[in-house]
Design a protein around this ligand. Sequence first.
Ligand code: AP5
Length: 539
Amino acid sequence: MLPASLSSLHSTNVRTSPYLSPLSSSSSLPSPSPSLSLAPSFSHLHHRRLVSFNTVRGNNPLATKAERRGLSVTCASTCEPLKVMISGAPASGKGTQCELIVQKFGLVHISTGDLLRAEVSTGSEIGNKAKEFMNAGQLVPDEIVTAMVTARLSHEDAKTKGWLLDGYPRSFAQAQSLENLKIRPDVYVVLDVPDEILIDRCVGRRLDPETGKIYHLTNFPPETEEIKARLVPRPDDTEEKVKSRLEIYKQNAKAILSTYANITKKIDGNRPKEMVFADIESLLSQAKREKMKKTTAVKPVHEHKSQSNQASSSQDNWKGIPTRLNNIPHSREIRNYFYDDVLQATQRAVNDGRTRLKVEINIPELNPEMDVYRIGTLMELVRVIALSFADDGKRVKVCVQGSMGEGALAGMPLQLAGTRRILEFMDWGDYGAKGTFVEIGSIGANEVDEQDDMFILVAPQNAVGNCIIDDMKAMTDAAGTRPVILINPRLKDLPGSSGIMQTMGRDKRLEYAASFENCYFFRLLYYAGTQYPIMGALR
Ligand code: AP5
């Protein structure tokens, strides 16, 4: 008989929630070895790495192990409030959209522009300092703004209702200040509007000093003559100052984006405000739903307090792993979970300056050993990663090895057949990323062009009698310090009938294959020799 806490896990949470949190942080554990022999080492695995998936089964041996370890399970009932940042050039419509967001989602709107203008109008010391910068269209010094924002974020209403940060961070240093304080939004919305429209919007903008409402002389004229009579322009809204603000925005935008790349949502702000809001509304509703799911997922708690305290900081960032990975095809939600997970890991590694990386993800749809392998899932994963780096302004080359061998013996691994054509025909978004920021190529030194910023190699692999490593080596030599990311590589030597591949230069090949460090690793655990049921996962 299971203890009450565990039986509730069995009867409700695992069935109803697609996510299951890990038992604890993995930070202090050794890296998982890809050559792990599952069954014998299973019981030796540090239990903190073990995540049970099929606990819906009453006879699951893991349940009793968990029981013996004294785990209890709690379930959060309330949803954490939403945290949103909105960014965009001057007059891209941040303030206008914030009014609508607040009405709909009840978030606490924190606008650095408004906070600063309030300080200026009261003539405070901060206001007097800020005024000269603002009137000149310059950024106010970081220390003033950061102190204001962090103080406001710590108020109880922001903690309970959630917040909408508008106009902050505006520089890389400001973004880092928030990161250091572990203040991170769920969504980073960027309003995209062409420069010439922005200038017109600023020059025509008027504020109602009584209500704080934003008007535009032609786009959103005031409702009455009385309101019109009291409207005032902003001192920093002259054409010359707007140009300077725009320039400053552009200089900083890219650096800030790198901090939030994986949660950035770009929205076309050059449409009627209702249409812009419709997009934002669906985005935030989706983010809210996802948050709700996460907070209602199971939160296992260790009895040993010291252990959980030690782990708490990394646990805060840890997302549960989806259950039901035996359900094939995987749901879009589950696929998106993994795409996002891999993306975050990859971005962290690239931002850390790592250049030789590999992603190894072995869910059923990405496991060529299983008959449910789906090339589409691999392609989608690659697209998510490539587009995200492309959004950061990087030129990404997505490479698939060409056919190997010669003449009638030419061929390619089954797993990759047709891949390049699929990539060519895939939908790469409305922004024309493919052909500009994303290129499709092959593997080899001559695929490396000067303008390429990074390379993603799709499942590079050896075939019987053919070794891809020489081409890869030539390519990485040519790429120099630019990142090269291997997605699900299979670089073990495969014996050919001639036996040549096993012997010549084997050490060098293995050494080269090992020179790529894992930035993401995920594999499922089964009983030895089986692929069902799933017993857990290593991540
Ligand atoms: P801030 O007030 O934040 O100015 P901003 O970022 O330049 O943005 P704006 O307020 O000009 O525009 P908005 O995007 O809110 O557009 P709005 O909705 O009003 O900051 C001011 C100054 O404070 C900065 O220059 C700096 O000095 C300082 N500062 C602030 N934060 C700082 C920080 N973190 N660090 C350092 N310094 C900082 O719309 C604009 C106009 O367009 C309106 O007239 C509106 O009616 C119209 N409009 C809006 N949407 C649409 C639409 N969809 N179609 C047509 N017209 C529209």
